[in-house]
Design a protein around this ligand. Structure first.
Ligand code: GTP
Ligand code: SPV
Ligand code: MN
Length: 591
């Protein structure tokens, strides 16, 4: 029996609140045309063809990299810019010392001036998106208005973008409003403003990553963390990885590492050959939304649908899954190319660069061929280890939470917090060397609580208290760990092999969760002895392993003093229970 073709409601008629807002923005920004994105394959093909024709996108060798393109961003626009990223709450104290703050009215006035007429001659794209599986009660929607077709292509990969999202928005009381224009790409006219109380974002002057793909850091972390606090959940800069042990136990671990410190790699790790029987699956590589579940456990969804991942360092030995994943239908940004038009980057280990990330003939005098923060944008479903539970509407249950930083010294390979509240202190006391993911000097150690320093949409003191409150609601809270894959020896070489071998550390955590794994007590928490880790087939000198598992009490007295000084910036808003844990640690370190 033939059915009549379904007449689709035109997009602008689906959700009046969105249409009204688009009309307001259009009258402010004066675009030449307005395009409502439906997310269809045809639309993506059309946008891609347009960008290729205009020379903004470069097709890579389609025989070996089918569906892959290269985008070169403006050389002054290659990373997140924290010094122009603001949280605009009515009360400055609500943004906290961890954020730059502007009064909402002042920020709006400044942005209005920038947005005024800024889309003349350009297309205004309306990008409805859903963060999280479209049928998940835990997912949240937003609309990004942008004048960048490159941003639209990224959003189409990174989120559930298009008609389905708009249909969901039509039935909901609110959505996050994100207004974006690349403006003139002038670093002096660049701002990323967040208004958590209004569920709004305004971003001007950058077309890159976290500055411009507003569903990602702006919505799913800064705005969502604010909402999560009000509603009793957590929005975190975390990967979510599934681990099935050789005995058949299924676990999920959520891990927070700062930008470019190993989340994508841990989320898709391949077990070392000598560690047979493990199955690793990826739920998410950058952001986790964590909800207390009815069973007293913490449940996690990945709000994203794709990966915006660091390219340099990716090769078949470090990350075979990623290497395979980005060989088709991948949007590369700021990599180099070889003479035969294949993408190239530092750490690829084969081939040679001919043209650098700025499109110039490669000359080592100009620095790396690929930008250190060059990225791939790719659908999560292309990951060979994509979890069959990645789209479960209720998420996956979390057995352990891991915090970690990039520390050449001080932090041991792994330690376990004494209890959940101590774990919150461990997260709050995190520090890491700065990377190329954000503008600024690389390598300087800075405090980065829970890897959320650039992403928490409110006062860290309130955030730590909220963490403790969420933990208190859990009958079965996850155990909390701290790891450091980045310890270096006297020659500056990494002491721990990292990547797939990190599974040895995760396996110990799961043993601990099962009440089995051995450990010894230290002033900062529980550590495995060398014999508690499975090191079968690992080529590592015993003395190196001992050094990785050592806690130097002199160094830690300094570290803890530094943590106390840092936390002091948050004054008496800090949760007393967390400070009590700090005192306990200080007591254990006293001779
Ligand atoms: P964002 O996307 O910026 O949030 O970063 P991320 O945390 O997902 O970092 P990613 O996994 O992309 O890793 C960043 C860099 O660290 C890459 O160059 C990796 O090759 C390198 N890396 C990742 N894991 C390890 C590890 O275990 N050991 C060492 N030495 N390097 C690693
Ligand atoms: C990060 O910097 O943590 C990223 C990349 O994941 S960006 O989307 O640019 O924030
Ligand atoms: Mn990130």
């Amino acid at each position: 029996m033939a059915t009549a073709p379904r007449m689709l409601t035109p997009l602008p008629q689906l959700a009046k609140a969105v249409a009204d807002w688009v009309a307001d923005v259009a009258s402010l920004t004066q675009p030449e045309r307005v395009h409502w994105c439906d997310g269809s394959d045809e639309e993506i093909r059309h946008l891609r063809a347009g960008l290729l024709a205009s020379g903004e996108l470069h097709a890579l060798d389609q025989k070996n990299f089918p569906g892959c393109d290269l985008y070169r961003s403006h050389p002054s626009d290659v990373a997140r810019v924290e010094k122009v990223t603001f949280i605009c709450t009515t009360k400055q104290a609500d943004a906290g010392p961890n954020n730059l703050w502007l009064a909402p009215a002042d920020a709006h006035a400044r942005m209005r001036e920038l947005f005024s007429g800024c889309m003349r001659g350009r297309t205004l794209y309306v990008v409805p998106y859903c963060m999280g599986p479209i049928d998940s009660p835990l997912a949240r929607c937003g609309v990004e208005i942008t004048d960048s077709a490159y941003v639209v292509l990224n959003m189409a990969i990174m989120t559930r973008m298009g008609r389905a999202a708009l249909e969901r928005i039509a039935g909901e009381p609110n959505f996050v409003r994100g207004l974006h224009s690349i403006g003139e790409l002038d670093p002096d006219r660049r701002f990323i403003m967040h208004y958590p109380e209004e569920l709004a974002i305004e971003s001007y002057g950058s077309g890159y990553g976290g500055n411009a793909l507003l569903g990602k850091k702006c919505h799913a972390l800064r705005i969502a963390s604010w909402q999560a606090r009000q509603e009793g959940w957590l929005a975190e800069h975390m990967l979510i990885v599934g681990l099935r042990s050789p005995a058949g136990e299924q676990h999920y671990i959520a891990a927070a590492f700062p930008s470019a410190c190993g989340k994508t790699n841990l989320a898709m790790l391949i077990p070392p050959a000598s560690l047979g029987g493990w199955k690793v699956t990826t739920v998410g590589d950058d952001i986790a939304w964590l909800h207390p579940g009815p069973d007293g456990r913490l449940w996690a969804i990945n709000p994203e649908a794709g990966y915006f991942g660091v390219v340099p360092g990716t090769n078949p030995a470090t990350n075979r899954n990623a290497y395979d994943m980005i060989r088709r239908d991948t949007l590369f940004t700021n990599v180099a190319v070889t003479t035969d038009n294949q993408p190239w980057w530092e750490g690829l280990e084969t081939g040679a660069p001919a043209i650098d990330w700025q499109g110039r003939p490669y000359d080592p005098k100009n620095g790396p061929a690929a930008h250190p923060n060059s990225r791939f944008t790719v659908a999560a479903t292309q990951n060979p280890s994509y979890s069959p539970h990645a789209e479960d509407p209720q998420g996956v249950p979390i057995s352990a939470i891991v915090f970690g930083g990039r520390r050449r010294s001080v932090a041991p390979l792994v330690y376990e917090a004494r209890n959940f509240t101590h774990g919150v202190l461990v997260g709050a006391g995190m520090a890491s060397e700065q990377t190329a993911a954000a503008e600024g000097k690389v390598g300087i150690v800075r405090r980065d609580p829970m890897a959320m320093k650039p992403f928490c949409g409110y006062n860290f003191a309130d955030y730590f208290a909220h963490w403790i409150d969420v933990g208190a609601k859990l009958a079965n809270p996850p155990r909390i760990y701290h790891v450091n894959w980045f310890r270096r020896d006297a020659d500056g070489k990494f002491m721990w092999p990292g990547f797939g071998d990190n599974l040895r550390v995760l396996a110990w955590m799961l043993e601990r969760c099962g009440g089995r794994g051995g450990a010894i007590e230290s002033p900062i928490g529980m550590l495995p002895r060398a014999r508690d880790l499975n090191v079968e087939g690992l080529d590592l000198a015993p003395a190196t392993l001992d050094a990785l598992l050592a806690v130097d009490e002199d160094e830690w007295r300094k570290e803890v003093a530094d943590i106390r000084a840092y936390l002091g910036e948050y004054g008496d808003r800090l949760p007393p229970r967390m400070l009590a844990e700090l005192e306990t640690t200080e007591g254990k370190l006293k001779r």
